[in-house]
Design a protein around this ligand. Structure first.
Ligand SMILES: CC(=O)N[C@H]1[C@@H](OP(=O)(O)OP(=O)(O)OC[C@H]2O[C@@H](n3ccc(=O)[nH]c3=O)[C@H](O)[C@@H]2O)O[C@H](CO)[C@@H](O)[C@@H]1O
Length: 359
């Protein structure tokens, strides 16, 4: 019988793209692959049309840190999700479950545990997210990106594998990127990426002095769903709500990157040696994980960091100028730091949990 693996993870793309990096390897090795995600989340958009992957939608609730009336009804949605996941897993019987976190993963991991299916979790951030903290007790292994994260996990479960970067990001083409944006090869290009859901604060700060900045740079701006401003039709400025297959070309085209500090994204810039200015999501709007990610990169000399509370128009421009001046220094440092084999290490852990000998 063919071996089977069920992936889960969602809510934002950072909880999906690691799965997308792993899935082709299992399909190629002849495994049957299912993806258990929510009915309407970004994971459905990114995973349901993948050839050879069965998408199974379940009901989910959101793990909010703020007051919302839905907090009262969400436990019922989560309970329904646990029931749906448990039923699917008991019928489909995967050899292993791989969970990338996000709120949809909670019912799936619990369903896996109830069916005695081994679960491997991956944590991208320096400190484990809420969904992963809740599911660690039910998992066999917890693979992490930052070595420091091991301190937050039971000794026998934690396994450092490093950052997982999709292969296709390495195959971008600068000319294709320039032509997609209608840019010239003569002027430097900045890629602004506000995380997979966009970043209102960064969008506003950038657009405030857009014309002045366009005299110096061309700007490709991934601004998030519903945040494209059609009134801004300026030469050298190209907006995207979200980018799928074009992302490798946009990255290849970029001389500099300005971004939130989501873990997956920053390790992608590191792998591609892109000089980066990171503007992490503030402590007020999150548990502060992006600040820790950014500070860890800053300590290693990989990036410049601008905290939201310090973000004035002047500071924004100064940081851009400094990044441009130091671009060669950053590029060299990033190139020397390359980590290798993270994906292979992760695949080995998953296969071992499924009871297959390391190959
Ligand atoms: C608001 C929020 O909760 N953010 C969290 C979320 O961020 P977010 O979902 O933004 O996660 P990351 O920055 O880690 O990853 C984004 C992923 O989406 C991809 N991408 C992005 C934009 C685009 O147009 N196309 C595209 O493919 C990137 O290449 C990357 O692989 O998960 C991260 C990893 O757990 C956390 O560090 C962040 O704090």
């Amino acid at each position: 019988m063919k071996r089977r693996i069920a992936f889960t993870g969602g809510g934002s793309a950072g909880h999906v793209t690691v799965n997308l990096a792993c899935i082709p390897y299992f399909l190629e090795a002849g495994w049957e692959v299912a993806y258990i995600g929510s009915e309407n989340g970004i994971e459905r958009e990114l995973a349901q049309d993948l050839r050879g992957v069965r998408y199974e939608a379940i009901s989910t609730g959101k793990l909010r840190r703020y007051f919302d009336w839905k907090n009262a009804t969400d436990p019922f949605r989560v309970a329904k999700g646990v029931w749906q996941a448990t039923r699917f897993l008991s019928q489909w019987k995967p050899d292993v479950i791989f969970s990338k976190g996000g709120f949809v993963s909670v019912p799936v991991v619990m369903g896996g545990w109830l069916n005695r299916i081994p679960v491997v979790i991956h944590e991208s951030d320096l400190t484990p997210g809420l969904a992963n903290r809740l599911t660690v007790p039910f998992a066999r292994k917890v693979c992490v990106t930052f070595p420091e994260t091991l301190e937050h996990l039971p000794a026998k479960k934690g396994e450092w594998v490093g950052a997982i970067v999709r292969d296709e990001l390495m195959r971008g083409n600068r000319e294709r990127g320039l032509s997609l944006c209608g840019f010239t090869a003569e002027k430097p290009v900045i890629l602004i990426m506000g995380g997979s859901l966009g970043a209102k604060r960064i969008n506003e700060a950038l657009r405030d002095r857009l014309s002045e900045r366009l005299q110096r740079f061309q700007i490709a701006h991934i601004c998030g769903k519903g945040q494209v401003d059609d009134s801004l039709q300026l030469k050298g400025y190209k907006q995207f709500a979200y980018v799928k297959e074009e992302l490798p070309d946009l990255l290849a085209m970029a001389d500099l990157v300005v971004s939130r500090a989501g873990s997956n994204a920053i390790f992608e810039f590191l792998a591609l040696a892109k000089p980066m200015l990171l503007i992490p999501l503030s402590q007020k709007a999150s548990r502060g994980d992006q600040i820790l990610n950014a500070k860890s990169f800053e300590r290693q000399g990989f990036c410049q960091v601008l905290l939201e509370e310090d973000m004035t128009q002047e500071r924004f421009d100064q940081e851009l100028e400094k990044l441009w001046e130091l671009r060669t220094v950053y590029r060299e440092r990033l190139r020397q730091s390359q980590e290798v084999d993270s994906l292979k290490r992760l695949l080995d852990v998953i296969r071992q949990a499924a009871g297959e000998a390391e190959t």
